[in-house]
Design a protein around this ligand. Sequence first.
Ligand code: ZN
Length: 271
Amino acid sequence: MPELPEVETTRRGLARLLAGRRITAFEVRDSRLRWPVPGELAPQLAGARVRGLARRAKYLLLETDRAGLLLHLGMSGSLRHCTPETPLRRHDHLILHLDNGYQLRLHDPRRFGCCLPLPSDGSPHPLLAGLGPEPLDPAFGGDYLFRRSRGRRGPVKAFLMDQANVVGVGNIYATEALFLAGVRPGRAAGRVTRVEYQRLAAHVKAVLAEAIQQGGTTLRDFLREDGTHGYFRQSLRVYGRAGETCHVCASVLRTRRIGQRASSYCPTCQK
Ligand code: ZN
């Protein structure tokens, strides 16, 4: 599943290619995404000029001088900027035709992604309501996590992955940040100290920034906007490595299930 770093990598890669371009046509080859792609989008977008590509959590917001688009890549979605000669793939569902001859194609085999209009009055889309702060925003930090977690008995890892607390900290990044902060994933969120949350927040920012810099994690279904895979997987410290030895202390890494997700950790480095 594309995680926040992949979405941000996609945004950065595409923003410079799309800014200022005029959309000559919006082609819906198959409208059956998570929610049907509304038919009114094509006439609204034809002729619109792209103002920018923004991101909130794992949503991309394509802003134009007419309608705006809210895009989500779901489980298996990707965006590709290519020429018309590039062979169409079976699951290329949407195509934005640009005035320089290039195309932006949304490919999504599993169809959990979405493409919906942004509210015309500039108000936030209902899907964006109730989202916590962006992890890379300066306003997000250990003091915020500490305050928000008081009295919470659930595992700190689930707390960190709850979009209402902070957006975009997926399983990989929560697992890695907890290891680096020396906090076990199963600890009650309300029992983690302020100092530990300060370490944790710093590592959340660092692992996300690292992944963005490296172009996103390598996941089976994800391709960057230029069609190549990211390569973050090689630098993971604990995620997906249960049974291997910890590179810090050589203990055998363990795993437990937290909220249906496998969570690997080091029994020595993490308290
Ligand atoms: Zn260790």
